[in-house]
Design a protein around this ligand. Structure first.
Ligand SMILES: [Zn+2]
Length: 290
């Protein structure tokens, strides 16, 4: 597709601009500290056209951080996301945690605090759900619900062939290794992977990575399933040995935190996610026994 542009503003967050003949949409915003670069990159492509929609996979700070700055730049911009994320972004505690994590990442990547923004701009305007279709004129974007990373993480299918996956499927590191990223529910993540595989997309964009080279990775979907299953085995192995969650986290980090991923994901973010994943696995195990 020649109407999809990588407009990412900095390390650690994705942003793709899709330019239809009638409307334009940004897939993901990326982090707060990279908003100024992101806006410049979008303007370079749009050449005076408006940015109409921003589509949000989920409300984590590295996916929504730049949203308020985008809304300042394009006041009519419509932010689209799940109903779950709409509710999350109404919570003062969530807004506070996004601001805190955005600042930590800003210090790490740019050495400076983030620009001031108003919390009321960190908001979903339109709820989208399974089957919703965003019409850009000559390009259609379909919404696929893929829970597992969060309670309602969204993926997108562009013109029935280009797939932008959510983190529920796993995250590919620069070396090509897939790292699991289901934070809330292991079984939902497995179902999400199987559901997306059945769409048989010709092009796959993986979050925090880019386009999957299907010649190098012909078994992408199976690898996503295998890595999720393996992470579950690792956690249950240490849990059965009587390890506490924090002790399991140490072992988990040894297995899954690859060195080349250090730059893309700060340790605090890795640990927040991993604690979630370990708890999700232990919870799913408890449910199975009951
Ligand atoms: Zn996330």
């Amino acid at each position: 597709m020649n109407n999809i542009y990588d407009v990412k503003g900095g390390t650690g967050g994705d942003s793709y601009l899709i330019v239809g003949d009638k409307k334009t949409a940004l897939l993901e915003c990326g982090m707060a500290f990279s908003a100024a670069n992101l806006i410049d990159n979008i303007k370079d492509v749009l050449q005076g056209r408006q940015l109409d929609y921003v589509l949000i996979t989920h409300s984590h700070y590295d996916h929504v951080g730049a949203l308020p700055y985008l809304k300042e730049e394009w006041p009519n911009l419509e932010a689209m996301g799940s109903e779950y994320d709409l509710r999350i972004l109404e919570r003062p505690s969530a807004l506070e945690s996004i601001r805190k994590l955005s600042n930590e990442a800003a210090h790490m990547y740019s050495g400076e605090p983030i620009e001031e923004y108003k919390d009321e701009l960190m908001k979903i305007d339109t709820v989208i759900y399974e089957g919703s279709c965003i019409d850009l004129g000559d390009t259609q974007i379909k919404v696929i619900e893929t829970p597992g990373h969060t309670r309602c993480t969204l993926s997108f299918l562009i013109d029935n062939e280009i797939f932008y996956g959510s983190e529920s499927l796993g995250v590919v590191s620069q070396s090509g290794r897939i790292v699991p990223a289901f934070i809330v529910d292991y079984f939902q993540a497995i179902e999400s992977i199987i559901k997306c595989q059945a769409l048989k997309p010709t092009v796959i964009y993986s979050p925090h990575y880019g386009i999957i080279d299907q010649e190098l990775k012909p078994d992408y979907w199976q690898e996503c399933l295998d890595v999720a299953e393996y992470s579950r085995k690792v956690v249950l192995h240490y849990s059965n040995l009587g390890y506490t969650l924090e002790e399991i986290l140490v072992e988990y980090e040894n297995v899954f935190r690859s060195k080349e991923y250090y730059v893309e994901q700060p340790l605090f973010a890795f640990q927040i996610n991993s604690r979630g994943m370990i708890s999700a696995i232990l919870k799913s195990q408890a449910e199975k026994v009951d």
